[in-house]
Design a protein around this ligand. Structure first.
Ligand code: NAG
Ligand code: NAG
Ligand code: NAG
Ligand code: NAG
Ligand code: NAG
Ligand code: CU
Length: 652
């Protein structure tokens, strides 16, 4: 024990009597801390400003070097040695955006800076809720509903973010579209087409209204999905004994140890993930921090009621904010353990999402490895192991869509990131009952009578601060190229083979890659300062899914805002403030912050602390089976050791 702590123990006996809570500097803010933050802000000068609203409250991450030295110090349970704990808070008050740092050790506001750049912080649930109610009391809207022969008490309205289309000055706005609930719980299936209401969010007033045309209201028959409701059923067999431990937010399973955080914006955050090396007898680092960092969902319909539907769900709303309470036996298996999530609501009050995250051991039924040997006279050797892995899962329900987000850890050293899209399609009403009747561009697929599901994309971008066996890493791109047999001495009847051409990438501009279009190859992240016993650079391989790049033109405003979606892969030098690829202030952003802008500096990325940005994308052309609810569509990628271990870590 260090002498200072010993002294404190004498002065404060509770230090040694109370069980030490397990602490990690990246632990998310707990409800007590959220309360302290709110009170510190309320009692500061900010508390006197009108209309004080909390838009974002999160841990202000300690410096990476401090976290790493804490991790290696062996002082994990010593509260005196923890890095200082701060919170970052973004509030709106009197029509301004304030960025505040609160010191959680002194319970006081440390700094307050007014943000004057473009874009706005995420919308609060209160704002979305209030905006959704405004049309229902608006005389012109009531008249439109009456004109269509509909009953106002069956109308539900849903607010959408509006993007940016070159306006010189902007306001915080929402556009509201309305739906007819009558006869169905599938709210999204019966759009009341032709009407859009524009709302000034700060004033919370309707500032424009358009009712351009009517279209047949899609009928309610066949739209419901509740008949298939899966009631959580408990099985008779007793749940298998849990094979992992959760201490605070630290998870240990087989050869892995990692930390599971949570915030309103990203949802699940995996950090300080290390894997035990049986040969070296120590934990070795793989991933300092990984989380989803933005989604971009542009719809492909340029008409007045649809053109603005180009959502950035993480920056505009938040995946943690929309994290759903997981249903045992539907969302996660019986053996799962759950973690609650905490965040601040619009008043700064701690809000709990029960069972926001689940963790479970998965027995996929797949073969992990196997071999049968018949070439040994007199015997047959048959060996192998079944696959099992540990999954950390959350679900974000953003309006009509549900995103199931998995981090899967394998004993082989792989980390698989999985994304599944499910939920309801966003549809519009159109006067067609058969594709033969279609006379005008529909921008989608006719999936039911009078119902068109509009084409769109989903881009889910992951922030991956890899620390492959240490901080300095290099991105190495190899290509498999066809070589011809040089026929000088005519010793080989073969004409060709392939060989590997490796290139260590030096700068950001070389690192942004179009995948799939060019030659085959592999993407490696190596620690150039470490080699295996026999000399290969220690690395991890990125195995991508199907590459998907944006097809929008560079001058299209949504594409200007989400310029990073032109490439599925970017690599940047680590910089704590570069975290959100469309910028932090994504609502009404103009593309002047974010990955595509930062990388214009073309910084060096070789043998440095680097961050990989990888986008899982989908071009979604809807089909009839996706109505009334859509079976999960899967995507993802894998980080897989490549000469990281001296041999297969599964075979001891
Ligand atoms: C406070 O909000 C209300 C409505 O949300 C708005 O009418 C008022 O102008 C706001 N006051 C200030 C000073 O921003
Ligand atoms: C509208 O719907 C409500 C709720 O179902 C019902 O009570 C009311 O009578 C309806 N109004 C008309 C005019 O049909
Ligand atoms: C309001 O709507 C009209 C008609 O749709 C449009 O011409 C006008 O530009 C809109 N004004 C604003 C402020 O959006
Ligand atoms: C061809 O054969 C000569 C003589 O045996 C040898 O010196 C040379 O290295 C060979 N070249 C190749 C390409 O194998
Ligand atoms: C980190 O990134 C921000 C935004 O790109 C930039 O302003 C800042 O100078 C960078 N810091 C360092 C140390 O490079
Ligand atoms: Cu989709």
């Amino acid at each position: 024990m260090n002498p200072l702590l010993f002294l404190l123990v004498l002065l404060h006996p509770h230090f040694c009597t109370a069980a030490q809570p397990f602490f990690h500097p990246l632990d998310p803010l707990n409800p007590t801390e959220l309360d302290e933050i709110r009170l510190a802000i309320k009692k500061s000068h900010l508390g006197k400003l009108p209309n004080l609203t909390f838009h974002f409250v999160d841990l202000e991450e300690p410096e990476k070097k401090d976290v790493l030295s804490w991790l290696s110090s062996g002082e994990q349970n010593n509260p005196l040695h923890r890095p200082p704990r701060h919170a970052k808070v973004v509030v709106r008050a009197a029509d301004s955006t304030h960025e505040i740092v609160v010191d959680l050790d002194t319970h006081s506001v440390k700094s307050d800076n007014i943000y004057n750049g473009h874009g706005y912080p995420p919308l609060t649930f209160v704002e979305l809720f209030q905006a959704s109610k405004l049309p229902l009391n608006f005389p012109k809207f009531k008249a439109s509903i009456h004109k269509r022969g509909l009953n106002l008490s069956h109308v539900s309205c849903i607010p959408f973010t509006v993007g940016w289309y070159g306006e010189k000055t902007t306001k915080r706005l929402l556009k509201v579209a309305c739906f007819y609930r009558e006869g169905t719980s599938n709210v999204f299936s019966r759009p009341i087409e032709g009407i859009i209401t524009l709302i000034d969010v700060d004033a919370m007033k309707i500032i424009n209204y358009s009712d351009r045309f009517t279209a047949p209201l899609p009928k309610s028959e066949g739209t419901d999905y509740q008949s298939q409701k899966t009631e959580p059923k408990s099985s008779n067999c007793k749940a298998a004994k849990r094979k992992f431990t959760i201490k605070g937010h630290q998870v240990k399973w087989e050869n892995w140890v990692f930390h599971v955080g949570f915030n309103a914006r990203a949802g699940v955050i995996i950090s300080t993930a290390s894997i035990f090396d049986e040969v070296k007898k120590k934990f070795r680092r793989v991933l300092y921090r990984g989380h989803i960092s933005e989604t971009f969902v542009p719809y492909m319909d340029p008409t007045n009621e649809w053109y603005f539907r180009t959502f950035m769900d993480i920056g505009e709303f938040g995946f943690g904010r929309t994290a759903d309470t997981l249903q045992p036996m539907v969302d996660c298996p019986e053996t799962a353990e759950y973690l609650d999530g905490y965040m601040a609501d619009a008043n700064g009050r701690a809000q709990k999402v029960s069972r926001a995250i689940c963790i479970f051991e998965r027995h996929s039924g797949d073969v992990l490895w196997r071999h049968t040997e018949i070439n040994i006279p007199g015997k047959v050797i048959r060996r192998g192991e079944a696959e099992k892995s540990l999954v950390v899962r959350m679900v974000a329900t953003v309006g009509n869509y549900d995103y199931v987000l998995d981090w899967e850890f394998k004993r082989s050293g792989s980390i698989k990131v999985g994304v599944a899209l499910t939920g309801l399609l966003e549809v519009k009403a159109a006067p067609y009952e058969n594709t033969m009747d279609i006379t005008q561009q529909t921008y989608g697929t006719l999936i039911a009578d009078d119902t068109v599901a509009v084409n769109h994309d989903h881009y889910l971008t992951y922030y991956l601060d890899l620390d492959v066996d240490g901080v300095p890493n290099t991105f190495v791109k190899s290509n498999f190229v066809t070589a011809t047999v040089e026929d000088i001495n005519a010793t080989s009847p073969r004409k060709s083979y392939w060989k590997i051409v490796r290139r260590a990438i030096q700068t950001e501009s070389e690192a942004k890659l179009q995948l799939g279009s060019d030659r085959p190859g592999e993407l490696l992240f190596v620690n150039p300062n470490k080699k295996t016993k026999i000399g290969n650079p220690v690395g991890y391989r990125l195995i991508t899914g199907q590459p998907v790049n944006s097809l929008l033109t560079d001058d299209d405003y949504p594409q200007v805002r989400a310029a990073y979606t032109k490439y599925p892969l970017w690599v940047t030098p680590y910089n704590k403030t570069e975290r959100w690829p469309a910028g932090f202030y994504a609502d009404r952003s103009r593309g002047d912050d974010g990955l595509a802008v930062w990388t214009k500096r073309n910084r060096r990325i070789d043998n440095r602390d680097i961050v990989l940005w990888y986008t899982v994308g989908f071009h979604h052309s809807p089909c009839q089976e996706e109505f009334p609810a859509m079976a999960a569509l899967h995507g993802g990628f894998e980080l897989r050791p490549a000469n990281y271990f001296d041999r297969n870590p599964l075979l001891k």
